[in-house]
Design a protein around this ligand. Structure first.
Ligand code: UT7
Length: 325
């Protein structure tokens, strides 16, 4: 039976030039490289320059993904941007990226699921492409998280960084079997009872300000471990695959201890985990596409590989997507 699948055609990333190391941070907040590295695995992060926006970083990543796919902006009829740090409250930053790319057809909108944003965006796009509504899409994660950090709060400011990553995906007829290329299964979850565990203390309808990131780290950590295991199991069950079939595990990069724990639970060898948290820190919705780009560029992820992505973030929101590259 022939079915439409969402097949990856290109991948791209963008990182701001400025590197902020743990040592740099230790000069301005009460922290140490040793604390940050042992608790999180982070060594450094990138910080967007003045004038460098979520839209400009997203556009750069989108252009790199289009180049990788050998496509022009005019080939795209859908743009979904995952971000929690839009250029403005409205319009959606996706329409700025659309205009920057010179695209006037199709639709562009933002998805907001914080660190799970890319998994939510890819699943949304997958459903649109499978339905035949759109044909070729840019799925982008872009974040200027440094702009919503309280640089006096050592519990959060050491954890995040800026950057963007993007995929070009295309609806393609496949056999309808587990050996197909494309998105094979996905699961999304939210539980708003935990919305005060990781949030921003401002917003248009409350304070009228942008606000800063606030997090109950240990509580988020505790839920992350359980939620990630559950949603990966549900996604694998849907797909008919076992954890042992996975070629590459590309988790949201929040904390090396969380992703090592998830890989251990899956019984995956450490060399199958793509880790960028050491260099990028937590770039929220950008972390998965940036990790994908890293592993595609260095030749690890190849056409035909089975790639498992997962994320957990504010809301709480969490989810997983299994893709044959
Ligand atoms: O991407 C969205 C999902 N987010 C996550 O998954 C994050 C999940 N949480 C975590 O990764 C961890 O909870 C953190 C890395 C945020 C914190 O690690 P922890 O081992 O849970 O530390 P903690 O918050 O329990 O703090 C332990 C100690 C405290 O001191 P006392 O009370 O024991 O004296 C903190 O004040 O570490 C102190 N501390 C720091 N010390 C040096 C907190 N931040 C820092 C810091 N430098 N930057």
């Amino acid at each position: 039976m022939s079915v439409l699948r969402t097949v990856v055609k290109g991948c791209g990333g963008y990182l701001p030039k400025r590197v902020l190391t743990n040592e740099d941070l230790a000069k301005v907040v009460d922290t140490t490289d040793e604390w940050i590295a042992t608790r999180t695995g982070i060594k450094e992060r990138r910080i967007a320059a003045k004038g460098e926006l979520t839209s400009t970083m997203g556009t750069a990543a989108a252009r790199a993904a289009l180049d990788d796919a050998g496509m022009d902006p005019q080939d795209i009829d859908l743009i979904v941007l995952a971000t929690s740090t839009p250029d403005q409250t409205f319009p959606a930053t996706a329409v700025t990226i659309q205009a920057d790319l010179g695209i006037t057809q199709g639709a562009a909108f933002d998805v907001q699921a914080v660190c799970s944003g890319f998994v939510f965006a890819l699943t949304t796009v997958d459903n649109y492409l499978k339905s035949g509504e759109f044909r070729r899409a840019l799925v982008i994660g872009s974040e200027a998280f440094s702009r919503i950090l309280d640089w006096d709060d050592r519990g959060t400011c050491v954890l995040f960084g800026d950057g963007a990553g993007a995929l070009v995906v295309e609806a393609e007829m496949q056999n309808g079997s587990t050996t197909d290329r494309g998105v094979l299964a996905s699961c999304l979850r939210s539980d708003g009872r935990y919305r005060d565990k990781l949030y921003v203390d401002g917003g248009p309808s409350t304070t009228g300000t942008v606000g800063y990131v606030r997090m109950d780290g240990p509580e988020v950590f505790r839920h992350a471990v359980t939620n990630i295991a559950e949603v990966i199991a549900a996604t694998l069950k849907k797909s008919g695959y076992q954890a042992s079939d996975i070629d590459w595990f590309v988790p949201h990069q929040a904390n090396k201890r969380i992703l090592d724990g998830a890989a251990r639970k899956l019984g995956l060898a450490p060399e199958k985990i793509v880790i960028t948290v050491d260099k990028h820190a937590n770039t929220s919705a950008a972390s998965i596409p940036l990790a994908l780009d890293t592993a595609c560029r260095d030749g690890r992820i190849k056409k035909g590989d089975l790639v498992l992505m997962e994320a957990m973030g504010g809301g709480f929101t969490w989810g997983a997507v299994l893709v044959r590259w």
